[in-house]
Design a protein. Structure first.
Length: 201
């Protein structure tokens, strides 16, 4: 276990952090990756932490979602970020939903849209999307959704792997491997967005 995750684990044992406090703690101790590989490694550590916090969810790999979309399978994608983040870039066809949405009201509003489909939530790295997905999942499933998933690594992982994004109308965010800017959320979290590999050489 690296020093980053050891410190997170120690803090987690010593106090009953809420999800919001855990995020704030992680930001304060996050190192600055120096290269593409460092960004990928640190993001993988965050992904593992998110998965452990939300074990009831399926954390879908980006390549699995990409395959579903390319094959035309019934899938609906929800972007659980703020409007300013979505306006920089987002996954094609993703519908934005506010991170603080009431799960019951949200599920009721998308019942018809999600019926019979694979539902995938994402945010920057997976924390906000997992929080909403975990609460909305029982309701969505009872309304006919085929499955409810969180996109592993969020839009940061998707972009780091060079997958396509739809550019929004807002001012550019941080340059990324996808070729489209991505909103960094803030300076600390933005270090997990891999710079275009060509720029590192």
């Amino acid at each position: 276990m690296g020093p980053l995750m050891t410190e997170i684990a120690r803090r987690h044992r010593c106090s009953h952090f809420s999800a919001a406090i855990w995020v704030a703690a992680l930001i304060t101790i996050m190192p600055a990756p120096s290269a593409w590989a460092d960004a990928q490694a640190d993001l993988a550590a965050v992904e593992a932490k998110v998965a452990s916090e939300f074990p009831m969810l399926t954390h879908m790999a980006p390549d699995a979602l990409a395959a579903m979309v390319s094959e035309g399978k019934p899938v609906v994608i929800f972007d659980v970020r703020e409007e300013a983040e979505y306006a920089v870039s987002h996954l094609s066809g993703a519908q934005r939903v506010a991170p603080n949405s009431d799960p019951a009201a949200f599920a009721a509003s998308v019942a018809e849209t999600a019926n019979g489909k694979t539902v995938v939530f994402y945010c920057s790295v997976g924390m906000r999307s997992s929080r909403l997905a975990s609460k909305a999942a029982p309701l969505l499933m009872s309304q006919g959704a085929a499955s409810v998933n969180n996109l592993r690594g969020g839009i940061f992982r998707w972009s780091n792997e060079g997958r396509p994004l739809e550019k929004g109308a807002a001012a550019p965010g941080k340059a990324s491997n996808s070729g489209v800017p991505v909103h960094p959320y803030n300076a600390s979290w933005g270090r997990l967005i891999a710079e275009p590999q060509s720029a590192a050489h």
